[in-house]
Design a protein. Structure first.
Length: 476
């Protein structure tokens, strides 16, 4: 039985619009990566490693840089729909392209739901009468409406939301640096005394720097969006090159300096904690020390914007990944349909399942489910990042180059990145949360593999993957 190849008209019907500039692409990736992990979750990492967490964030930034630059080089050569997943299908095998995209779709669905739960909680901080489930539905309606608009409008809105976070973090760094180095009237400059004041720079031992990576690395989650947005870039080669370099530089700068300022101004044992409550955020502690009134309210506004921006960006990513899977025959074909504005409305609707699930769980009061969902996110992200680097190695071994944009060190750098990811995953032996991630993630991969063998591989048409590369080549 011969497989029917889609006609050019059918393929055109599923094409996305190329409307994103390099600034918007960078901010979309920042919108997902610069989230509540910095504003609230940094306390957990500080509690594991103490002031030495600065090194953990620096190492995490280096690992993330290899992923971002590898994606940048490949995507500047092939700005295909489905990003890293479609590239994996070509340079590794259709199975790895299938697995990486489905795992990442699960990531986006879970993260979108979790971020909206956070948004609703932050809203309840001001308006306790609003139930969590109602807040989830309110913010869900907002981000769905944003995503259903044209991709150009989405890019503008996400640029605005991300800019608020970037400006806030930049102001925090400036004020914090002045406070650390020069102090304030009536208050001496603490300098760097707190870095060694309570048990030394590494009070929990140097092994804790490695263990903290299991928390730190997921602060960089979202850089994958650089690859996914390539299919909707106005000028893919230039936009991806600029976005890849600026995104990782900003993230490294923001995370390392912010955490450094926190541990210089606040004793690390005070800054340590789960960071689940806005009032206990390390940022609130710094704002209180500066003497800014309403520090908790300012931080609450920032984390609300951060969570909303991340949810918005992840819904976008999930819809584009599902669109690419459907275009390649690995998801229902109707999910490849786009509206007159070239927006994958079906993909957006199906990727909203996490929003509905979050609202239902909040309404029913079922607990513990989100812990397993986020464990699956942890496992899936590590696999996706490892597959991105493996794809890059195969890409370079075939003699491919990314035109004017190349990752320094090439295959060797990618190898170091894989070693770093292996080190992060190795924390499964000492971190209970990583053990749960493996317990949830490994069965999920087994189920996905069985589905591929039984159903998926029979539906793969090499022409679908080739058409994605032909389309990208014509627009490059």
């Amino acid at each position: 039985m011969t497989t029917q190849t889609p006609s050019s008209d059918e393929r055109a019907d599923g094409q996305l619009a190329r409307s994103l500039g390099h600034g918007q692409m960078a901010m979309i990736a920042m919108g997902s990566a610069l989230g509540t992990g910095l504003f609230l979750g940094s306390g957990e990492a500080i509690g594991i490693a103490g002031p030495a967490v600065i090194i953990s964030f620096a190492l995490g930034a280096m690992i993330a840089a290899t992923i971002a630059l590898a994606m940048g080089e490949m995507a500047s050569r092939h700005p295909v729909r489905g990003g890293f997943g479609t590239l994996a299908a070509r340079y590794l095998s259709p199975f790895w392209g299938y697995l990486s995209r489905w795992l990442y779709w699960i990531v986006t669905v879970c993260v979108t739901g979790a971020e909206l739960v956070a948004c609703a909680a932050y809203l309840a901080y001001w308006v306790p009468a609003v139930p969590i489930w109602a807040g989830i539905l309110l913010f869900a309606a907002l981000i769905i409406a944003i995503n259903l608009s044209s991709v150009g409008s989405f890019g503008v809105i996400e640029f605005f939301l991300s800019s608020i976070k970037v400006i806030a973090v930049f102001v925090f760094i400036l004020i914090g640096a002045v406070l650390v180095l020069f102090g304030m009237p009536g208050q001496e400059a603490p300098g760097f005394v707190e870095l060694t004041a309570d048990g030394g720079f590494a009070p929990m031992g140097w092994a804790a720097v490695w263990v903290a990576l299991s928390v730190v690395m997921f602060s960089f989650g979202g850089i994958e969006l650089l690859s996914i947005t390539a299919a909707e870039a106005k000028d893919p080669a230039r936009s991806i090159r600029t976005a890849a370099r600026t995104t990782i530089a900003r993230l490294a700068f923001f995370y390392v300096l912010c955490i450094g300022i926190v541990v210089c101004l606040v004793p690390w044992q005070q800054a340590a904690g789960t960071g689940e409550d806005v009032a206990t955020s390390p940022f609130v502690m710094v704002f209180d020390r500066i003497g800014i009134p309403g520090a908790a309210h300012i931080t609450n506004l920032l984390v609300l914007v951060a969570a909303l921006s991340a949810a918005n960006a992840n819904l976008y990513a999930g819809s584009r990944i599902l669109h690419s899977l459907a275009s390649d025959g690995l998801a229902p074909r109707f999910a490849a349909h786009v509206t007159a504005r070239r927006v994958p409305a079906v993909g957006i609707a199906l990727s909203s399942i996490g929003l509905i699930g979050a609202a239902l769980l909040a309404f029913s009061g079922v607990g513990g489910v989100f812990g397993y969902m986020m464990s699956l996110v942890v496992f899936s992200v590590i696999m996706v990042w490892a597959l991105i680097l493996a794809t890059y190695i195969a890409f370079r071994r075939r003699g491919e180059r990314g035109g004017t944009f190349r990752m320094p060190g090439g295959v060797v750098t990618a190898g170091f990145g894989l070693v770093g990811l292996a080190a992060v995953f190795a924390t499964v032996f000492v971190r209970p949360s990583m053990q749960v991630a493996a317990m949830v993630g490994i069965p999920a991969v087994i189920v996905a593999t069985v589905l591929y063998v039984v159903v998926g591989r029979r539906r793969i048409d090499p022409a679908d993957i080739d058409s994605a590369f032909e389309e990208a080549e014509s627009m490059r």
